[in-house]
Design a protein around this ligand. Structure first.
Ligand code: IMP
Length: 202
């Protein structure tokens, strides 16, 4: 039997204020009160895992153990089929030290072109979520994905990260061109959160 997340505090193991706000909006209606890792002065661990789930787990476990509260972490990225799944867990790093995603997008496109004319354009975003409870090491994982194609040149200013070069299957717009509400209804993150809410809080 899976443990449930009751009303009360939940540490969001992220120093990204945007993420913390989004999660607060999503889980607030269930009586869950998100507290950011930054507000508790928790350290940001090195992401040493070899998969999205590993990285989400290690962030959630550390935050739960240090705070004594349940904690939620996420890890996400873009996987390109022609590049055997890269940049994957290194998606943020491919954008360089200044996190300039034009650089990250150009690197992806150059590497895909270098694979030759037969290389496909298929790609997917992945989001892994982990919820950990303090002391006993229990941790639950949820994964969401959205499949699509890479496009070049990148289009749209509305999203972030690799959104301008990703066009989900069945749509003519990239994630960068879509209204945020439309993207959020179909994104990898939305799918992972739907699973989390269904299993842990509903
Ligand atoms: P992290 O999960 O915060 O470590 O960062 C993952 C990286 O993957 C981000 O910096 C983005 O580059 C990329 N990424 C994850 N989700 C999305 C998305 O919805 N759109 C565009 N890029 C994304």
């Amino acid at each position: 039997m899976m443990r449930r997340l009751g009303p009360g505090k939940l540490v969001i193991a992220s120093h990204n204020q945007g993420k913390v706000r989004e999660i607060a909006e999503l889980l607030g209606p269930y009586g869950i009160e998100p507290v950011s890792a930054a507000a508790l002065d928790l350290p940001e661990p090195e992401e040493t895992g070899t998969s999205f789930v590993d990285n989400a787990d290690l962030k959630a476990r550390l935050a739960a153990d240090l705070s004594g509260l349940p904690a939620l972490a996420d890890d996400s990225g873009l996987c390109v089929d022609a590049l055997e799944g890269r940049p994957g867990i290194h998606s943020a790093r491919w954008a360089g030290p200044d996190r300039d995603f034009r650089i990250g997008m150009e690197r992806i496109w150059e590497e895909v072109l270098a694979k030759g004319p037969e290389a496909g354009r298929d790609a997917h975003f992945v989001c892994a979520l982990a919820v950990a409870w303090p002391n006993d090491g229990q941790c639950e994982n949820f994964e969401g994905r959205v499949y699509g194609q890479l496009v070049w040149p990148p289009r749209g200013e509305k999203g972030f990260g690799y959104d301008p070069m990703f066009q989900p299957i069945g749509h003519q717009q990239t994630f960068g061109e879509m209204d945020p509400a439309e993207k959020h209804a179909m994104s990898h993150r939305a799918e992972a959160f739907r699973k989390l809410v269904a299993d842990l809080v509903q």
